[in-house]
Design a protein around this ligand. Structure first.
Ligand code: ASP
Ligand code: MG
Length: 418
């Protein structure tokens, strides 16, 4: 299960700072800083928070598609760029945007300072391209906050224990923000994005989808692992492990978004199901003639995040994130296993904390799927998730039918926060 690959708890030097005003970490995604006008809007949003009295740390992603462009550029120069150099290159995107936001803040008459991940004290392991944070040394941020500045931190990056620049994996600015919120003892970590929050299903597919007011960490882990793209999975694990409250909301409005926090009664009773997620493409492998211990050992060594596993006699079927495909293929080749990849499969998942205590969710799920004449291929469950693979052309209508079967278009489905 992807969500079982928990990061070890990094050391966070959380300082007790009695009497100091609350700290807020505000993270802005790439679409929120995509052009100069938007950068100025982000700046004024940060200044607004500062003027209302909070100590403000801003974390920004690279502008628009800058990271993609840098990755593409690297591959135009070199067929297999060295991971260390690739990190050196792609960490630049966040450096650009955070310097620009700091400039725009200065123009509004507020003092700001931009810091790279390294300057901000984000120390990682040495796994280039997918580094994990091992420590946050927040003194420099504290000092700048004490000097009444807004601190901008370049997301997605850190410095390794070997003093090299590392990146945290695609979408890693979310993890930067959560780690800083944990280290600074922030009241909340606000994730500003181009959607209004977390929905009961992808609104592009299901127009009646509702914005959820509250989701538990566990639910969000399942939602993020199964196709909801709004947060990097690792950032949710981090938030759960350190009790950081997350608020996912729109950059472009003042509307409250979705809170991600500890589970409470209302999540268990009112709306059993929080959402139906999907992916249209999944990497599913079928392997024969290797013992499970051996197989999973070498996949783990290759840092492949194995998701669903099903064993049938001597065959093992497993899935893994698409971005882990090159690593998975290498590991399988090295084992000398007989293996194949199954193409054309998508995955639909029904997620909800209320499943733990209410029977009948699986029955309703599979009755609905059968009613559509869809044949689920592999089924995987956790205490709060039912997921199954299916031909990818069936994904859309299956999501719609399940959303309706669980009445997720109703006001009840939204849940309450506070
Ligand atoms: N810019 C990086 C990416 O595109 C990190 C992020 O956006 O969070 O993956
Ligand atoms: Mg993102």
């Amino acid at each position: 299960m992807a969500e079982a690959a928990y990061e070890t708890l990094p050391e966070l030097e959380t300082e007790e700072r009695p009497g100091s005003a609350g700290t807020v970490v505000m993270k802005f995604g790439g679409t929120s800083v995509a052009d100069p006008e938007k950068i100025r809007r982000v700046a004024s949003r940060l200044v607004g928070a500062r003027r209302s009295g909070a100590r403000v740390v801003g974390v920004v992603s690279a502008m628009g598609y800058h990271t993609d462009e840098l990755v593409a550029l690297a591959h135009k120069v070199s067929p297999r760029p060295k991971p260390r150099e690739l990190d050196m290159l792609i960490s630049v995107g966040e450096r650009v945007s955070c310097a620009l936001v700091a400039m725009a803040i200065a123009d509004l008459g507020t003092d700001a300072i931009s810091l790279t991940g390294s300057q901000a004290g984000i120390v990682t392991d040495t796994a280039h391209g997918r580094a994990k944070i091992v420590e946050v040394k927040a003194h420099r941020i504290h000092r700048a906050l004490d000097e009444d500045r807004i601190v901008l931190v370049a997301g997605f990056q850190g410095v390794s224990t070997e003093y090299d620049i590392t990146t945290l994996g695609r979408g890693g600015s979310d993890t930067t923000a959560v780690a800083l919120a944990g280290a600074l003892g922030a009241d909340a970590c606000e994730i500003y994005t181009d959607v209004d929050g977390v929905f009961t299903a992808d609104p592009r597919l299901v127009p009646e989808a509702r914005k959820l007011h509250a989701v538990s960490y566990e639910e969000m882990l399942e939602l993020a692992a199964s196709g909801a793209r709004v947060l990097q999975l690792r950032s949710v694990e981090f938030a759960r492990n350190h009790g950081v409250k997350l608020h996912v909301r729109s950059t472009f409005t003042d509307e409250p978004g979705t809170w991600i926090r500890e589970e409470d009664e209302r999540m268990l009773e009112k709306a059993l199901i929080s959402g139906v997620t999907h992916t249209v493409e999944e990497a599913v492998y079928e392997v024969e003639g290797v013992a499970p211990a051996e197989l999973f050992e070498s996949l783990a060594t290759a840092e492949v995040n194995v998701d669903t596993v099903i064993q049938m006699d001597s065959r093992i079927v497993f899935s893994a994130p698409l971005e882990d495909r090159p690593h998975a293929e290498q590991a399988l080749a090295a084992l000398g296993a007989r293996w194949s990849e199954q193409h054309g499969l998508g995955k639909v998942s029904v997620v909800g904390a209320g499943m733990k205590s209410h029977p009948g969710v699986a029955a309703r799920t599979f009755a609905t799927v059968r009613g559509l004449g869809v044949e689920p291929r592999f089924v995987a469950t956790s205490p709060i998730k039912i997921a199954f693979y299916l031909p990818h052309e069936e994904v859309d209508r299956t999501v719609r039918a399940l959303h309706e079967a669980f009445e997720l278009g109703s006001a009840e489905a939204e849940r309450q926060h506070a």
